[in-house]
Write a new protein. Structure first.
Length: 198
């Protein structure tokens, strides 16, 4: 049975079984599946249904295989597993040129809908922040679709400050995104292991 179809029931049961580890090339298919399922659940009503329904895990898998296969001290990707199955992932990078005066960026954070609000997202965020801090980044930003209220609430709840709003084009879709930032990346790391409410 795949993780996406499991009923975890009590959040406490999930948290005790979570493993966070660095992603490897062999995780590309699982990361792609999480990304596609998360997009379809989170962006319904924000991104056209036709686009979401046409997303293919194979396309995303090829991209992630390239990303994970390109060794770089500037980038990191972590996966969250429950019973050996990938249920979420997060990625970050130190920036060669600052964006909005920030030196690092959280480039991805996605979870399967069935494991959201179990503290996994926060644990992934802390792991990426700690890695980027160790690489010398003093701060970090993240871009979020402006209409994605759940993501915005999540980052605001962890102390991120709203920085900017802009339109952008993604696969011929005109969307609006907002930037959030932490001026002290150590504050994310210090937040440590999440409570069940996060």
């Amino acid at each position: 049975m795949s993780v996406s179809s499991k009923d975890y029931g009590n959040v406490t049961n999930i948290v005790g079984q979570i493993t966070i580890r660095p992603a490897v090339v062999a995780d590309a298919d699982a990361i792609a599946r999480v990304r596609v399922e998360s997009w379809r659940a989170s962006y319904r009503g924000i991104v056209p249904d036709a686009y979401l329904d046409s997303m293919k895990t194979e396309d995303s898998s090829r991209l992630w295989a390239r990303v994970l296969g390109a060794a770089s001290d500037a980038a990191c990707t972590f996966v969250a597993e429950v019973d050996g199955e990938v249920v979420g992932f997060a990625a970050g990078i130190t920036l060669a040129e600052p964006k909005l005066d920030f030196d690092a960026e959280l480039t991805a954070l996605y979870l399967l809908p069935s494991v959201q609000r179990a503290g996994i997202g926060r644990r992934l965020l802390v792991k990426v922040a700690a890695t980027l801090a160790a690489a010398g980044a003093p701060d970090m930003l993240v871009w979020v679709l402006a209409q994605n209220r759940k993501a915005r609430d999540f980052f605001e709840g962890l102390g991120a400050q709203l920085l900017a709003e802009q339109t952008f084009n993604w696969d011929e879709l005109d969307l609006v995104e907002v930037a959030y930032g932490w001026t002290d990346i150590a504050s994310i790391v210090a937040s440590g292991t999440p409570s069940l409410a996060q």
